[in-house]
Structure formats: structure tokens, C-alpha cells
Design a protein around this ligand. Structure first.
Ligand code: ZN
Length: 286
């Protein structure tokens, strides 16, 4: 009920030279997070699902081969539990492609802002059948899944899915666990992002399941919010001092985050993105 409340390839190389071009097999697995709530991995992408007495509440399908694999695994493990709901974390296609694999039994739910880019940008997945604006609740087999919109951050339609009984949340691409942000903040709303992290910090939960990387806790949400605030403050001060982007990249000190995931590849891009974003919001001097 939806309540809108708001290898075997080794022998082949001589005979079939094309084997050398075969992509490596995807790494896929299901791990239990807590009680009814499980985590699904497809290479570097993750989603979660809950197995209730009346069927399964799933989230991001990731892509069609991944969704097909997961559906078959679910059938083996829980033969009488069809996927009844699919909740998209946000509209980006690397997370939500392949939803059509599940819609024979499932209703697709997303934030209302996700419908336009999914249709307009031709994401390879079905558009949502049910949308919500601020908050919604899915109840299935006595299990509650709470859908929250906490404002714009990495997209304008990121959903925080919370399982109150297990105290688990699923949030994708806007709360890296012990990691810096992705590249130069594409499709991002920096100030609102910081506000949205404060809203997540105010929720009751113990385990954060992100769309990439390891599981985290509420402390990881706080640490990432402090990173964004630190990065924003340093870049804004440099921009206000008239520094160029190159000068800003030299002067901003992020060394205390050097052990975080993605630091080498992404930290300079993070500075570039924040420089672009703060320059776009500074007030003219008259
Ligand atoms: Zn994304």
C-alpha cells in the first residue's frame, strides 16, 4: 500500500580470438544488512531490498543484466515472494536502468522530480508509476519503508529510503562513506546539499547503505557534511580574495581527508566544481 503523506573461457583463446575482448564477469552478490534488509552488489554499484511476508520491496535495479540476475536469485531464495515495489534512488541511469525486468510484478515509485529527466533524457528504464513530493510510506507484509525527500543535493530527486525497524537508510551518490565527492559536482546543488545532510543527520538510523562503497553510520553523514562545509568555506574565501581557479587549487588545503576514498582522483575536481558553484552564487559588489 502506498500512502502519499507527504570462465570457462580459458580453452577458447586459440580457437576464438574474440574471447580476449570478452568483458570480465560482473561481481554480483547479496549480503544481509539486518533482519529483512539485504544489500545487492553489481560491481561498484549497490542497492538494498527488504524481504517481507507479502513480497519484496526493492530499490535500484542498476541495469538490466543485474536486475535479471537479482530476480533469479530472489526466486531461488524466496520463491513465493515477488518484487512488489521498486524505489528509484534518483534519476541517474547508472543506478536505475533495467527497471522493466521487475515491472511484471512491481510498482515503480520515485520522487516527483525524477519523472521529467527519466522521460526527457530517455533513461533506459520505466518511468515511475507513483511519485511523492516530501514523504511517503510503503507498507507491505507488516514492513514499513519510509521514503523521504530531503531537498536538492546530488540531484533534485534523491530519495532517502528508511527502514525504521532495522534502522537502516539507503541514500545514493550524495553521502559517500569515508570518501570525497564525485568529480566536479555535476548536477549538484551545494548549499542545499549541506542542508539535506543535516536533515539526514536528524533521522533515526544506525546503518547507512550507500550506492557505492562500504556501509556507514550517522557519523559518516556528519563527516561528509563537515567536508563539504570546509571545502565550500575555503573555496569561497579564495574566490572572494580574487584568486583564480589555479591559485585556488593551490591554496585550498584538504590534506586532512587524504585517506578518504577517491582523494587522489577527485579532490582537485571537487575544488574545481565548488569554485564554479560558488562563483555562480556570489553577490555582485553593488
Ligand atoms: Zn547519481
Amino acid at each position: 500500500m502506498i500512502r502519499p503523506l507527504a570462465a570457462a573461457l580459458v580453452a577458447a583463446s586459440l580457437v576464438f580470438p574474440a574471447v580476449a575482448q570478452t568483458p570480465p564477469a560482473a561481481v554480483r552478490e547479496i549480503t544481509k544488512i539486518k533482519d529483512e534488509v539485504y544489500r545487492f552488489r553489481n560491481n561498484n554499484h549497490y542497492s538494498v531490498f527488504a524481504v517481507t511476508s507479502a513480497g519484496i520491496i526493492a530499490t535500484d535495479p542498476i541495469n538490466a543484466p543485474a536486475a535479471t540476475w537479482l530476480k533469479e536469485e530472489m526466486k531461488k531464495r524466496w520463491p513465493d515472494k515477488p518484487i512488489k515495489f521498486v524505489v528509484y534512488s534518483h534519476d541517474h541511469s547508472d543506478h536505475i536502468s533495467g527497471g522493466e525486468v521487475w515491472t511484471d510484478t512491481a510498482t515503480v515509485v520515485a520522487h516527483e522530480n525524477a519523472r521529467d529527466p527519466i522521460i526527457g533524457e530517455k533513461r533506459p528504464t520505466p518511468p515511475p508509476q507513483v511519485t511523492f513530493s516530501e514523504k511517503a510510506t510503503i507498507e507491505l507484509g507488516g514492513t514499513v519503508a519510509e521514503l523521504n525527500w530531503v531537498g536538492r543535493n546530488h540531484s533534485n530527486n534523491s530519495v532517502v529510503l528508511r527502514f525504521p525497524r532495522e534502522k537502516v537508510i539507503f541514500a545514493v551518490d550524495f553521502i559517500p562513506v569515508k570518501g570525497v565527492a564525485f568529480r566536479d559536482f555535476p548536477d549538484s546543488y551545494l548549499d542545499e546539499w549541506i542542508d539535506s545532510l543535516r536533515k539526514v543527520e536528524a533521522m533515526e538510523f544506525e546503518i547507512l547503505a550507500p550506492g557505492h562503497g562500504r556501509l556507514g553510520t550517522k557519523a559518516d553523514v556528519t563527516n561528509f557534511r563537515l567536508y563539504l562545509e570546509d571545502l565550500r568555506a575555503q573555496v569561497l574565501a579564495a574566490a572572494r580574495a580574487g584568486k583564480s581557479l589555479e591559485e585556488t587549487k593551490k591554496s585550498v588545503d584538504l590534506s586532512k581527508y587524504k585517506d578518504w576514498g577517491g582523494f587522489e582522483q577527485m579532490s582537485q575536481l571537487n575544488i574545481e566544481g565548488v569554485y564554479r558553484l560558488v562563483q555562480g552564487t556570489r553577490r555582485p559588489n553593488q
